[in-house]
Ligand binder design. Structure first.
Ligand code: MEV
Length: 327
């Protein structure tokens, strides 16, 4: 998704931009950290753009949160600042004479991959500005460097999903496009409260270390549902897919990564006719994802969820990529 907006033969007026979109995890959050498979969908309706331009002086960032030299940026911008510094380093460019502007709307801290998307757009935008191609592995490594600052060590699922153009299966660093027989329509509903991925990941690690209450069995259970979900998507069996989502929400609750607001939205979605619903992303805040019976009923479901307390709702469809290319 790299787009060069305009290039002048004059170094001083170089300008280039790149975009990235949000992602939503359908199955496998947390269990993916322990080598289980995960399924994620691109959310093309939520995207952001990073524009890089030449401006003499220190490296600067311009965003809704802060505009100024990255050396003085608040700690909240540590991940984008890392993406800028690491990309310049990878391209053997001096850390000067560059301004990176971020425009766009992926709500932060909601499990929708905003930090990975920002890092993806920044690194691709700077590479385009420098007139260089970023190979897939380098792009991934740069996103992961920023993700380490945002969330601590990350599985790499988000970094892969924000650049995918079709549903993906991710396992232990490997990614592949998932076949989807019949488009499935989902509603993402936001509790309005930021999630706590880092804390939730640490809590699961602690449970596993103590091996209390069959935690390994819960991880295995999520992995089994994820594998079943792949088959459901390939066969177009949405009722079965929905039941698996609701079962996985229960398993994630047992892992202590849900909370009252997430549970309430899941219950509302099921009460309003969703085929299944679960939290998505790191949990303890952020969003749920619910499977609508049909594309037509998704609008209604989104409206009802907003009435019963969701701060926002978005509709996303899982379908094979239109151009048939791999993720
Ligand atoms: C966060 O979007 C997903 C988690 O599984 C963490 C990770 O994959 O690194 C909770």
């Amino acid at each position: 998704m790299t787009r060069t907006l305009g290039r002048s033969p004059l170094l001083d007026s170089r300008l280039a931009s790149a975009s990235a979109h949000a992602k939503v995890i359908l199955f496998g959050e947390h269990s993916v950290v322990y080598g289980a498979p995960a399924i994620a969908l691109p959310v093309p309706g939520l995207s952001l753009t990073a524009s890089a331009r030449t401006l003499p002086g220190p490296v600067r960032i311009e965003s809704a949160l802060y505009s100024g030299p990255i050396a003085d940026a608040p700690a909240r911008l540590g991940a984008p600042a890392t993406a800028i510094a690491e990309t310049l380093d990878a391209l053997h460019r001096p850390a000067a004479d560059l301004t990176v502007r971020i425009d766009g709307s992926i709500p932060a801290g909601r499990g929708l991959g905003s930090s990975a998307a920002v890092a993806s757009a920044i690194s691709a935008g700077i590479a385009a500005w420098a007139g260089e191609a970023l190979d897939e592995q380098t792009h991934f490594r740069l996103i992961q460097a920023a993700e380490a600052v945002a969330h601590g060590s990350a599985s790499g699922l988000d970094a892969r999903a924000v650049v995918a153009d079709a549903p993906i299966r991710f396992r232990a660093g490997r990614v592949q496009t998932l076949p989807v027989a019949v488009p499935a329509t989902f509603v993402i509903a936001d509790t309005g409260v930021p999630g706590a991925t880092r804390e939730a990941v640490a809590a699961v690690a602690e449970l596993l270390a103590r091996d209390e209450s069959g935690v390994h069995g819960i991880i295995d259970g999520i992995a089994a549902e994820t594998q079943g979900a792949e088959q459901d998507l390939a066969a177009g069996d949405t009722p079965s897919l929905g039941r698996r989502m609701t079962r996985v929400h229960e398993l994630l609750r047992e892992l202590t990564v849900s909370n009252e607001r997430l549970d309430r939205l899941v219950d509302s979605a099921l009460g309003d006719g969703a085929l299944g619903a679960k939290l998505t992303g790191g949990g303890r805040g952020g969003c749920i994802i619910a499977l609508a019976e049909s594309a037509a009923s998704a609008e209604l479901l989104a409206a009802r969820l907003t009435r019963t307390g969701a701060a926002n709702a978005w509709i996303v469809t899982a379908e094979d990529s239109t151009d048939g290319s791999a993720a």
